[in-house]
Design a protein. Structure first.
Length: 202
């Protein structure tokens, strides 16, 4: 009987230790577990673009005669999807955040000597932003404003900016981009718009 009582006394504190992850006990391990759900590489699966006016507008940016407002569909016509760079979420050593290394395909338009807009391809410049894990397990990011390096005539890169996380669930991250420029072959004009980018963990 005494042995049974001793066993119960040993089991109860052990159960309490293992059954919950609270601020008082080990918040770093809690955060580590939550971040593991986000850690890894992500593919861009949808780029929902609308012009600054806010109305859903389809555009033809690959000049195939078919317009869409999902730029993934359009960009696949000019750059093989298999070669798109993957976004990476890398936790820091403290377990409450890390860095999101974002690779969004950007149309690299530039102005020629004649003043006309030309297209030189799709580029994937690194956008590195800090991410933070809140107490409720939600993920947020600092805001990326703009690139500092592009030459003046690289209009696509100079226009691009205003990137931050708007929603994150384990395995899925949603970004908002304030400025993303396209050239629409239907209307024959340059259009700046806003975009929601959906990325899924692979």
């Amino acid at each position: 009987m005494n042995n049974m009582k001793q066993l119960c006394f040993l089991f109860v504190p052990l159960f309490l230790t293992l059954s919950s992850c609270t601020k008082e006990m080990n918040p770093i391990n809690c955060n580590d577990d939550q971040l593991k759900a986000y850690e890894g590489s992500y593919d861009v699966v949808m780029m929902d673009w609308v012009p600054e006016e806010g109305l859903t507008t389809t555009v033809d940016i690959n000049n195939d005669g078919v317009a869409s407002n999902d730029l993934v569909t359009e960009l696949m016509g000019v750059h093989s999807y298999d070669n798109w760079k993957k976004t990476m979420l890398i936790p820091d050593s403290r377990g409450n955040g890390g860095r999101l290394c974002v690779y969004i395909p950007i149309m690299d338009y530039y102005k020629g000597n004649d003043g006309n807009l030309n297209y030189s391809g799709v580029c994937f410049p690194l956008i590195s932003v800090k991410v933070k894990l809140s107490e409720d397990g939600s993920l947020s990011s600092e805001r990326f404003e703009r690139f500092e390096f592009p030459e003046e005539n690289r209009i696509g890169l100079k226009t691009f900016g205003g990137v931050e996380i708007t929603e994150a669930l384990p395995g899925h991250i949603t970004l908002h981009i304030d400025n993303y420029m396209v050239y629409d072959y239907v209307s024959r004009r340059e259009i700046v718009g806003k975009m929601t980018v959906h990325m899924e963990k692979k």
